[in-house]
Design a protein around this ligand. Structure first.
Ligand code: SF4
Length: 217
C-alpha cells in the first residue's frame, strides 16, 4: 500500500486464514481524495466475515461511522439490523462496506472523482469475497455499481446482473435504510427487500430460501 492509496492487495496463491484475509481487505492508508482526507477521522473499512454470502454496499461513512470506524451504525444501522433480524440474519452473518471509505464533509454525496478513486478498494473487496449477492443500499451505490442512472424508489427490490470487479455479479437494489426514517411508507418495502436478500443468498438458511432460488431471477 502506498501513501497515496494503492488498492487493496490483489492477492496471492496462498490460502490465508480469515483474520489474515480480513487484514488484506483493510486499507491502512490512502490519501487520494484531498477533501475527504481533510474531513475524515479515519478510514472506515468493510466489516463482517470474509466468506459472507451477502455483501451490503452503502454510499460512504456518516458522522457516527466516522466516529466508530464501522459502516452503518447509528439510526440507519439500527434499521438495517432490525431488517436483518426479521430476515433471520444477524449483522455478524453479512459483510457491510461502502463505495467510499472516508466521510465526505457536511454529509454531501461523494463526487464522481472520489467514487472512482475508491473503486479499486471496493472492487478488490468484492473480488476477494465473491459474494453470492450484492445489495446496494441507496441510489449512489446502485448507480455506481450498475453504471447507469437508477430510480431507486421504484427499482428497489429488483435483482439484476452486472459486471463488477471483472465478473458478472447478482445485485439486489434497495433503498437506503434511512429512507424508512424519512418516509415510513418505505419501511415495509425495505424489510421485504432485505428478507429477499437473505433468501436469494442462502444466508438466512431455511427450506424456502437458499441457492435453489437464484435460478428464478
Ligand atoms: S475515499 Fe477511498 S480513495 Fe478516497 S481517500 Fe478515502 S480510502 Fe482513499
Amino acid at each position: 500500500m502506498t501513501e497515496n492509496g494503492d488498492a487493496i492487495d490483489g492477492g496471492s496463491d496462498e490460502a490465508p486464514n480469515e483474520s489474515a484475509l480480513d487484514e488484506k481487505l483493510r486499507v491502512p492508508s490512502c490519501e487520494r481524495c484531498p477533501a475527504l482526507v481533510e474531513s475524515r477521522s479515519r478510514i472506515v473499512d468493510g466489516v463482517g466475515p470474509t466468506d459472507a454470502d451477502l455483501l451490503f454496499v452503502g454510499e460512504g461513512p456518516g458522522a457516527r461511522e466516522d466516529e466508530e470506524g464501522e459502516p452503518f451504525v447509528g439510526r440507519s444501522g439500527d434499521v438495517l439490523d432490525e431488517a436483518l433480524r426479521d430476515a433471520g440474519l444477524a449483522r455478524a452473518d453479512v459483510r457491510i462496506t461502502n463505495c467510499v471509505r472516508c466521510r465526505p464533509p457536511d454529509n454531501r454525496d461523494p463526487t464522481t472523482e472520489e467514487l472512482a478513486n475508491c473503486r479499486g478498494h471496493l472492487d478488490a473487496e468484492i473480488d476477494r469475497l465473491a459474494p453470492d449477492l450484492i445489495v446496494t443500499l441507496g441510489k449512489v451505490p446502485s448507480e455506481h455499481l450498475l453504471d447507469r442512472s437508477v430510480a431507486i424508489t421504484s427499482e428497489s427490490g429488483e435483482v439484476v446482473d452486472a459486471r463488477i470487479a471483472g465478473a458478472s455479479r447478482r445485485v439486489l437494489l434497495s433503498v437506503h435504510p434511512a429512507a424508512t426514517l424519512y418516509d415510513r411508507s418505505q419501511r415495509d418495502g425495505f424489510f421485504e427487500t432485505i428478507a429477499r436478500a437473505g433468501e436469494l443468498s442462502g444466508a438466512a438458511g431455511g427450506e424456502s430460501g437458499g441457492q435453489s432460488r437464484l435460478g428464478e431471477f
